[in-house]
Ligand binder design. Structure first.
Ligand code: FE
Length: 338
């Protein structure tokens, strides 16, 4: 065999193998966009031979796309952040139930539903200005409505999913009326109208424009891990409280996903979800955004998370939380918390 023939034979062989490999694909629609996620997908491909085609976008746009593609959607798995968004997707009927021994044994029952699964958790913490606020005043979410904090409280928009999920947790614990009164109290305590994201609230607390704010833990961790002098200075000025440690525990939210109803590659979809619950993936998935793994035995090595320390988390089921999101929005609307 001369060299040309040998090359041709090799090429033929290669194209057959690669055509076969093309059958092993997973189409992932994801609203997550962290660099560490790429390593995660590469490792999944290495372990299973299943190639990951990733479509990234804003959660609402991706959901709209899944809905409009309908039965023809190529999407196998949808991943996003926040229980309220996962619940919205679920209500739209885009997910298919998944029965997996791996998923049910590794993910705690309060962090999954029949159709979607949490793969990492984040906590909603209280951030206060150490020079202006006594920490004893801000130990619970309920305290944010205390008139003693008049002119001190800052949050992002009440309509943001992070605050709606917190409101949903308040409804689960206290009922709708008390949650509305609480939201009214927060509005009465505003240092300024809600604007910006959680990081903006932390910076405003550090600058003294606000006395106290609420923020997701990974924004705090990101600033703790930052090497920028202005971030380090900001973090020296603020104190962090794990809210509600003497009662229900700190409100946690999740990053998660599920298999889609019209997934063309259902086996690959389940394999991918199970992979996300593996030790290796849990570390990447959670640590990529300074979050905590849902699988209890998996430990991350993250200086900021270590510095934040351990806390008691509210163990309200994420699925249950999702049920009260719409009521939380109504209660906030009546309270003028926009
Ligand atoms: Fe966020």
């Amino acid at each position: 065999m001369n060299r040309t023939v040998a090359t041709a034979a090799l090429c033929a062989l290669f194209s057959v193998t690669s055509a076969h490999a093309d059958d092993k694909v997973l189409n992932l629609y994801t609203a997550r966009h962290y660099q560490t996620d790429e390593a995660l997908y590469a490792n999944f491909t290495k372990a299973t031979g299943i190639k990951v085609n990733r479509i990234e976008g804003k959660e609402d746009a991706l959901l709209e796309r899944i809905r409009s593609e309908g039965e023809n959607s190529p999407a196998d798995v949808f991943i996003t952040v926040d229980a309220s968004r996962l619940a919205k997707a679920d209500e739209m009927g885009v997910f298919a139930p998944v029965k997996s021994e791996t998923l049910t044994s590794r993910i705690p029952a309060n962090l999954r539903t029949d159709t979607w699964f949490a793969f990492s958790t984040r906590a909603r913490v209280i951030v206060y200005n150490k020079a202006g606020i006594k920490p004893a005043l801000v130990q619970n979410y309920e305290d944010l409505a205390n008139p003693a904090l008049k002119g001190k409280v800052c949050t992002r928009s009440g309509s943001h999913p992070y605050n709606l999920s917190l409101g949903a947790a308040m409804i689960e614990h206290h009922g709708i009326e008390k949650t509305e009164a609480w939201a009214k109290g927060i509005v009465a305590n505003f240092a300024r109208e809600p604007k910006g994201g959680d990081t903006d609230q932390i910076r405003a607390v550090a600058a003294g424009e606000c006395g106290v704010a609420i923020a997701n833990s990974y924004y705090v961790a990101r600033l703790i891990n930052s090497t920028k002098p202005e971030d380090q200075k900001a973090m020296e000025a603020v104190g962090i409280v794990w809210p509600n440690q003497s009662n229900v525990g700190t409100h946690i939210n999740v990053s998660g996903g599920g298999m889609l109803k019209y997934a063309p590659n259902k086996a690959a979809a389940v394999a991918f979800l199970e992979y996300l619950a593996s030790d290796e993936a849990q570390r990447y998935f959670a640590d990529g955004n300074n979050e905590w793994p849902v699988v209890a035995s998996v430990k991350v090595n993250n200086a900021a998370l270590e510095r934040l320390g351990a806390f008691k988390a509210d163990d309200l089921p994420v699925g249950k939380l999702a049920n009260s999101v719409a009521e939380a929005q109504k209660a906030y609307d009546r309270a003028g918390y926009r």
